[in-house]
Design a binder for this molecule. Sequence first.
Ligand SMILES: [Zn+2]
Length: 318
Amino acid sequence: MNPLGEAGSHTASVSGSGAAITQPSHDYKKGESRISRWQVGDVKVTSVLESAERIPWAPLLGAETAEHYKKYDWLVPRFVTSQGEIILAVQAFVLEAGGRRIVIDTCVGNDKQREIPHCTELETSFLEDLSAAGFPPETIDTVLCTHLHFDHVGWNTQLVNGRWVPTFPNARYLFARREWEYCRSLLDDKTTEVRHILDSVRPILDADLADLVETDHRLSEEMWLEPTHGHTPGHVSLHIHSRGEHAIVTGDVFHSPIQFAEPEICSIACVDKQMSRKTRREFLAKYENKAARLFAVHFNDPVGWIIRDTRNWRFEAQ
Ligand SMILES: [Zn+2]
């Protein structure tokens, strides 16, 4: 099935203008936004892209991957540029189901000081794009963070008069209890970077908008969480099952489709690398050959299938 709406999966569009630009997504330029839409049974899924940066393989993934990717020609040019850089997307998925509006992962956010140069003090049009896509922040009733790394919690809050306030004032924010407890332990550990917890997670708890849920929590008849621990201790993926169609929003189980072919490749941000490898391998085997459609947060072309290949698996973009 092809994406619906303003842009196909291979084209970029400037949201709000209504004008489609026929650029391949790998020609993404900073500051350009993109909105794409899909349908899973009765559930509508919209991606609002915050950024798609071309970055080197290391340090995000191991330096050796800068050579390994050449074995998989299906990675270029959708996920790797012809110059050999990864295209790392950061996007939020909005789900519309049974009258509810659920945002999955909230990107990096604006005005936030971060250690990574292309992620610090951003001034993107994400919030305007979200509204232009039909989702003003006050209409969102649920926010789910697959885990609490800085690039999945950023728009939980925004800077208003010098204070971090909830961006989605009418939403319940779902965090896995196990993930929050891990983050709380980091607050006591003075050696770890915790600014994102202080500016994007803690204010949600302080505002009493957070629901700490189990890692197999069911959001509705058609949506539930699966624990996919390893990248972080309480990482979850979200299942959508509607009218016989099955899809999964995978958070950071994967950063690049090269991890389908080489599941042992971990990102620098994986907290428990051994567990993340095990989770990835089990996940790929469980949902291979179109058992479920994936929505991958960091893929430039985010929707597709796990296909068994001569060497492990490959990602087949939809
Ligand atoms: Zn991430």
